[in-house]
Write a protein that binds this ligand. Structure first.
Ligand code: SF4
Ligand code: SF4
Length: 511
C-alpha cells in the first residue's frame, strides 16, 4: 500500500558520499551478514567504473541499492501487497504473501530487487528497518570505515543528511523516472550513476571475476559496438554484479498463447457481424471457442509455472490489489474464459440467442485479454522499450492476425468457399503487423535506454528472433498468392517477434 507522503511523520533518507567511498565492499559484506543474504545475490554492492585515459585514470565507485523511492513503481506493480510502503516511507516486503511473479523486479528502475534463491521470494534493501525500529543504524552505516554512508530523517534539521541534502550538491539515479528516490549521492561520477554510460570490458572480465553471461542476464554498461552520442568513450566498467532479466521465455510464450485465445474467439464473431460467416458455422460455434479455451488454459499454466511460488497463485484473487495490471489481467482472463465456456455450452445445446447475447461481453473481454499485457508492460517502469503507446493496438492486431490464421484453417475445413477472402484478411493483417513492428523499431526513441533496447532487438543479442519473425511475417503476407498453408507463418510469426521484444526490453542495464 502506498502511503500519502503528506501524512508521514518521519521520512528516512540516506546519503551515499562517493567522495569518501574507498570501494572496500564492507557494506556489501555487513549487509549479507545482517540480513542473511545468500551467495550469488546482494541487497547492496559497490559498482566500479574507470574514467579517463591512461595515465590520467580514476576509479569511481557507486554504492548500489534500493533507492527507497517516495513514488515506488515496485509497490504499484506488486499484485499482492508483498512489496509495500510503510508509514515512515520505507519500502519493505512481506515474504509470506510474495507469489514470486517478478513484477516488482520488472518495475524497479534501479534493478534493486532479486528473488532469494533459498525462499523464492522477492527481497531488497529495506534500510535495515528492523534495526531502525530499535534505535540502531543500518549495518552498512555502522561498518563503513570512511562514514561514506549516512542515514537520517528528513524532518530533522540537525541531521547531517538533511544538511547535506539541503546545502550541498547531490544527485539521484534516474530522476527522469519520477520515482523521487530517497537515496542521495554526493560526489558521484555520472559514469557510475548512468548504467549505460560506461563501456563493458572486453574479454568478459571484471576486477576479480568473470562477467556472468547467459540468456537471462544483463551486464551493466553498453556493448562496445553500440554507439550513442550520449555515451562516454572514456569510461569503462571495472566491477559489477550479475543482473537477471526477470521475465523469460514463458512470458514471451504466454503473450502468444493469450493472443491466439483472444483472436480465435474474436475473429469468427467479427466475421459474423460483417456478414461473412453465419452464426450456424461450426467455426463460430465450436472451432473458435474450443481453440480459445485450449490456449487460454495453456496461458494459465504458463502464468502459474512462471511464479516462484506457484502454490500461492490464489493470492492474486484473494489478496489482489486492483492497481496491479497482473491482477486486472488475471480477472479479465478469468471472465473471458467464463464467457467463452458459456458460449460453448450454448453452442452444444443449440441456444442460439444466448450465443448471440454472449458476444456482447465476449468481444470487449477478448480485446482486454489481448491488450492488457501492454498495460502490464507499461507498469514495468524500468523498461523504456515497453513504454510504447502503440502497444495496446499492436497487441490487438497480433491477436486478430493469429485469430484470422486459426479461422482460415477452420473455415478451410468447414466452409471452403470462404477461404478466398480470409487469406486476404490474413495478408492485410500481416501487412499492418509488419508496419507496426518496423515503426516501433525505427522511430526515434525517447531515451538512450530505449535506443539500446531497440538495438539489442534488431541488431544485437535478439536479432535472430527478430529476423525470423520478420521473415515469417513476410511469408504470411504472401498467403493469398502462395496458398493458405502460409497461414502457419501468420500464426507463428508473432512468437519470435514477441520474444525479441520482451527480452530486448530487459536487456538494458539499470544499475
Ligand atoms: S529502488 Fe526499486 S525496489 Fe527500491 S523502492 Fe524504488 S522501485 Fe522499489
Ligand atoms: S515477486 Fe510479485 S508478489 Fe513478490 S513482491 Fe514482487 S511483485 Fe510482489
Amino acid at each position: 500500500m502506498l502511503t500519502d507522503a503528506s501524512k508521514r511523520t518521519e521520512t528516512w533518507v540516506k546519503v551515499l558520499d562517493q567522495s569518501k567511498c574507498i570501494g572496500c565492499h564492507a557494506c556489501t559484506t555487513a549487509c549479507k551478514s545482517e540480513n542473511e543474504v545468500p551467495l550469488g545475490v546482494t541487497r547492496t554492492y559497490v559498482k566500479a567504473v574507470d574514467v579517463g585515459v591512461f595515465p590520467h585514470v580514476r576509479r569511481n565507485f557507486q554504492v548500489t541499492r534500493c533507492n527507497q523511492c517516495d513514488n515506488p513503481p515496485c509497490v504499484a506493480a506488486c499484485p499482492t501487497g508483498a512489496m509495500y510502503q510503510r508509514p515512515d516511507g520505507i519500502v519493505d516486503f512481506d515474504k509470506s504473501i510474495c507469489i514470486g511473479c517478478k513484477a516488482c523486479m520488472a518495475a524497479c528502475p534501479y534493478d534493486a530487487i532479486f528473488i532469494n534463491p533459498d525462499d523464492h521470494s522477492a527481497e531488497k534493501c529495506n534500510f535495515c528497518a528492523h534495526r531502525l525500529e530499535v534505535g540502531l543504524e543500518p549495518a552498512c552505516v555502522v561498518v563503513c570505515p570512511t562514514e561514506a554512508i549516512l542515514i537520517g530523517r528528513l524532518d530533522d534539521p540537525s541531521s547531517p543528511v538533511t544538511k547535506i541534502i539541503h546545502r550541498q550538491s547531490v544527485a539521484v539515479r534516474s530522476p527522469d523516472k519520477g520515482t523521487r528516490p530517497k537515496v542521495y549521492y554526493k560526489g558521484a561520477h555520472q559514469a557510475t550513476l548512468d548504467p549505460i554510460a560506461a563501456t563493458r570490458p572486453g574479454g568478459d572480465t571484471f576486477m576479480w571475476s568473470e562477467i556472468q553471461r547467459g540468456p537471462n542476464t544483463t551486464v551493466s554498461g553498453h556493448p562496445a559496438e553500440f554507439h550513442d552520442s550520449n555515451l562516454s568513450a572514456e569510461a569503462k566498467l571495472a566491477y559489477d554484479v550479475a543482473h537477471s532479466a526477470p521475465w523469460g521465455w514463458k512470458v514471451s510464450l504466454y503473450t502468444w498463447t493469450k493472443g491466439i485465445s483472444a483472436g480465435a474467439y474474436l475473429v469468427p464473431i467479427l466475421l459474423v457481424l460483417l456478414h461473412r460467416l453465419p452464426w450456424s458455422s461450426p467455426v463460430v460455434r465450436f472451432v473458435g471457442p474450443i481453440t480459445s479455451l485450449v490456449f487460454l488454459g495453456i496461458t494459465g499454466v504458463l502464468l502459474i509455472i512462471d511464479l516462484k511460488h506457484p502454490e500461492r497463485f490464489h493470492l492474486i484473487f484473494l489478496k489482489g490489489r486492483i492497481q496491479s495490471w497482473l491482477v486486472r489481467g488475471a480477472w479479465g482472463l478469468m471472465l473471458f474464459g467464463g464467457v467463452v465456456t458459456l458460449d460453448l455450452v450454448a453452442a452444444i445445446f443449440h441456444a442460439r440467442t444466448l450465443e448471440e447475447l454472449l458476444a456482447i461481453p465476449g468481444i470487449p473481454l477478448a480485446c482486454l485479454a489481448a491488450l492488457y499485457t501492454a498495460f502490464l508492460f507499461a507498469q514495468a517502469k524500468a523498461r523504456d522499450l515497453w513504454q510504447n503507446p502503440l502497444l495496446p493496438p499492436h497487441l490487438v492486431v497480433q491477436a486478430l492476425l493469429v485469430g484470422a490464421a486459426i479461422t482460415l484453417f477452420g473455415v478451410a475445413a468447414a466452409n471452403p468457399l470462404h477461404v478466398a477472402y480470409l487469406d486476404r484478411i490474413v495478408s492485410a493483417l500481416a501487412v499492418i503487423n509488419l508496419a507496426m513492428v518496423i515503426g516501433e523499431a525505427t522511430i526515434t526513441h525517447p531515451t538512450a535506454k530505449a535506443h539500446l533496447a531497440s538495438y539489442e532487438m534488431t541488431r544485437g543479442r535478439f536479432r535472430w528472433f527478430f529476423l525470423v519473425g520478420i521473415l515469417l511475417n513476410l511469408l504470411a503476407i504472401a498467403t493469398p498468392v502462395v496458398g493458405m498453408d502460409l497461414g502457419v507463418a501468420a500464426l507463428l510469426c508473432i512468437l519470435p517477434l514477441e520474444h525479441a521484444f520482451v527480452q530486448a526490453g530487459q536487456a538494458v542495464p539499470l544499475a
